[in-house]
Design a protein around this ligand. Structure first.
Ligand code: ADP
Ligand code: GN1
Ligand code: MG
Length: 372
């Protein structure tokens, strides 16, 4: 870690009520948004104890206090429900460690907002499906999360990112990025730009259905990728849904779809060899089965029928967001190499194309499990 980064995270660590003596601090995980660190403390006879320390992304989450209000509300509600159901609240939900002043966040001398969570031990996060069972476990965990929050008062949630899955609005932002072309990159990605523009209908479909009142708003996670679930290393069960920054009213199809775009792909999100990228129908089927079981009949037939569209919309939207960021100079998603966001955009477009080719199969699977 660079010295600056180290001293910032040390200042933040000092703002929280941590036990023992700090032994180690290192960057952790593969999230694209926040800066996450794993801190290890020596706690006398109790041995070592780890915590997660995160600098929230200020550029993206412009109202961090409201964001933390959402997370306090959701995690304390989940905690109660987990206890009622005889579960383990220390491992099945995120647990906020308060700052020394009792607030759920700490503001450092540069005005950066930090938060801390208890570290979920003996669990892993996957960036790609290693075993189909992990994917099935992940959908059960998301389903369970959704069920536990079904009666959560949606009107108390702040919208942490306005229009987060408003695909139509995101297309407008994309058009402006192409027009402005601040980095002079548009010429070299004409093929990808045309791919997006040729599918305007995909950007509009859910907005229209919502306007017509054909699909309900629910409390959704909105960022349901596989690495936002912790899987117990011993039992292989999905134990905890994490990354609660975008829990807001949203569409069930989008939560389904975002999981598919990431987890049902046969390659990593940033794979450069596009011949390796496709949407696995076996994984799609596993997820459909688990999602419908998890939702326990709470989805309307219209929502069920729209699940393949959720997969297509989320994949298209995510590809468009990566390409927008590439055109704008990579200020949103963290990148680790030149052209990283372009590579990511290309995998998403390859997946969209593959879904278009496999559309009949996707619909057939959904109808079969949906009982139509
Ligand atoms: P981002 O918004 O940047 O994706 P996340 O909240 O998803 O940030 O955290 C990034 C990574 O840190 C996760 O994918 C996971 O590996 C790890 N992580 C986050 N919270 C915990 C926790 N409480 N216990 C263990 N690991 C965690
Ligand atoms: C981001 O935070 P993370 O890495 O779990 C992004 C998602 C994208 C995803 C693409 C707040 O998720 O919307 O789908 O990257 N989160 C935010 O991998 O923008
Ligand atoms: Mg994450």
């Amino acid at each position: 870690m660079e010295n600056m980064e180290k001293s910032q995270s040390m200042e933040a660590a000092d703002g929280f009520k941590f036990p023992g003596k700090l032994k180690d601090c290192r960057p952790f995980g593969s999230g694209h948004i926040n800066d996450t660190y794993l801190l290890t403390f020596e706690v006398g006879d109790a041995g070592d104890k780890s915590v997660i320390l995160q600098r929230m992304n200020r550029g993206i989450f412009t109202k961090p206090v409201e964001l933390m209000e959402n997370i306090v509300g959701v995690t304390s509600y989940l905690r109660k429900r987990i206890i009622e159901n005889g579960g383990d609240p220390e491992r099945e939900t995120l647990n906020i460690i308060p700052a020394k002043d009792g607030k759920p966040y700490f503001v450092d001398s540069k005005g950066e907002y930090w938060r801390s969570y208890k570290f979920i031990t003996d669990a892993k996060c996957c960036d790609q499906v290693e075993k189909p069972e992990d994917f099935y476990e992940s959908v059960l965990a998301f389903g369970n999360f959704q069920r536990l929050l079904a009666d959560y008062p949606a009107d108390t949630l702040h919208e942490t990112i306005r229009g987060f899955h408003d695909t139509h609005a995101r297309l407008e932002v994309f058009r402006r990025a192409v027009e402005k072309d601040v980095c002079g990159r548009a010429d070299s990605v004409q093929k990808e730009i045309e791919f997006v523009l040729a599918r305007e209908d995909v950007a509009n479909v859910f907005g229209k259905l919502q306007e017509n009142g054909e699909v309900p708003l629910r409390v959704t996670h909105n960022d349901t990728k596989l690495n936002n679930i912790m899987i117990d290393k011993a039992t292989g069960k999905g134990i905890c849904v994490i990354d609660l920054d975008t829990v807001m009213p949203g569409l069930a199809m989008n939560d389904f779809g975002d999981s598919i775009r990431f987890g049902a792909s046969t390659a990593a999100e940033d794979e450069q060899d596009l011949t390796k990228v496709s949407c696995s129908m076996d994984l799609f089927e596993i997820y459909v089965k688990g999602f419908l079981e998890g939702c326990g009949g709470s989805l309307t037939p219209r929502e069920v029928e729209l699940l393949p569209m959720g997969a297509k919309v989320m994949t298209y939207e995510c590809g468009m967001r990566f390409l927008t960021d590439y055109l704008e100079g990579d200020h949103y998603f963290k990148i680790h190499r030149e052209g990283h966001n372009l590579d990511r955009a290309r995998t998403q477009f390859k997946l969209v194309e593959d879904m278009e080719n496999k559309w009949d199969t996707m619909m057939e699977i959904v109808r079969r499990y949906g009982g139509f």
